[in-house]
Design a protein around this ligand. Structure first.
Ligand code: C2E
Ligand code: CA
Ligand code: CA
Ligand code: CA
Length: 277
């Protein structure tokens, strides 16, 4: 094909224009949502082998006052493309540290660990480490209970810079979980180089664990490999007792999924039953 120049307007068709308009509308709405109280954090429990709550993952929710909730799988990618994820991600960090501060002020919730999701463009901001440091200081929290969930694609891109930055964050006390593990391309050698504390088995492998031999084999391999590398493993998307039993019998240490609790507002978080004994 011939080079058509930079403004190839003639390639747009009405469907594409409609998609662009819908996106622009969503972007405007998201900007507005940030300045109202339509964004909130939900908390999904993470449990140990005895089913005791040991922490939570903070998950962003957009609940428009006049419409149906909008899924993060829809608005997070948009926020990433438009750069809105930078202020949103900072807001998530602040909310999470505020919640950790509240937990750490109470003996029954002091040991809880809170995980937050960090987007690649947020992590790559030059001042990301400083922002984490300042937020930890602002809320006076013990940062050893703050965990950052990074995806495989984030850590593989600019890996040397990522590793350096992870070490700076670890010096602050923060720990790392490698999210969606198995869905990307990270090799074992990369995993060894990364200063991660935990691997999170993606729910796509957990879903058919009891029936799909391949998924079962992958999960067993991830658990065996992580054990030999000294990494903690958490499985996400655990919905049935059958899945839980399989994971337990192969040595998985932590669990998250509807079987133990759905993401919910903090007032519904079962925090009071925790850490006692
Ligand atoms: P993720 O980090 O892989 O989060 C796990 C997703 O699985 C969440 O979807 C959670 O609600 C859902 N889930 C948990 N347990 C179960 C289960 O037992 N069964 C099933 N079917 N699903 C389960 P959610 O909340 O819709 O979030 C989707 C994605 O949006 C997240 O995937 C994450 O990539 C992104 N996200 C959410 N909050 C944030 C945030 O604050 N910052 C960033 N950067 N991304 C976020
Ligand atoms: Ca996650
Ligand atoms: Ca996942
Ligand atoms: Ca994900």
């Amino acid at each position: 094909a011939k080079y058509a120049g930079r403004n190839t307007i003639r390639f747009f068709n009405p469907d594409m224009q409609a998609a662009i308009d819908a996106r622009a509308t969503l972007e405007t709405a998201l900007r507005r949502a940030m300045n109202s109280d339509e964004l909130s954090l939900y908390f999904q429990p993470q449990v140990d082998r005895d089913g005791r709550v040991i922490g939570a993952e903070a998950l962003l929710r957009w609940l428009p006052s006049d419409a149906e909730p909008i899924s993060p799988t829809r608005f997070i990618p948009l926020a990433e493309e438009t750069g809105l994820i930078i202020p949103i991600g900072l807001w998530v960090l602040e909310q999470a540290c505020a919640q950790l501060g509240a937990w750490q002020a109470d003996a029954s919730t002091r040991e809880l660990v809170l995980s937050i999701n960090v987007s690649a463009c947020q992590f790559h901001q030059p001042d990301f480490v400083v922002q984490v440091q300042e937020t930890i200081a602002e809320f006076g929290i013990d940062a050893t209970h703050l965990k950052l969930e990074l995806t495989e694609s984030l850590v593989l891109d600019r890996i040397d810079q990522v590793i350096a930055r992870m070490h700076m964050l670890k010096d602050l006390g923060v720990s790392f979980s490698l999210d969606d593990f198995g869905t990307g391309y990270s090799s074992l050698s990369y995993l060894k180089r990364l200063p991660i504390d935990q691997v999170k088995i993606d729910q796509s492998f957990v879903r058919d664990l009891a029936h799909d031999q391949n998924d079962a084999a992958i999960v067993r391999a991830v658990l065996a490999m992580s054990r030999s590398l000294g990494l903690n493993v958490i499985a996400e998307g655990v919905e049935t007792a059958e899945q839980f039993d399989f994971l337990l019998s192969h040595g998985c240490e932590q669990f998250q999924g509807y079987l133990f609790g759905k993401p919910a507002p903090i007032d519904d978080f079962p925090a009071k039953v925790i850490g006692v004994g």
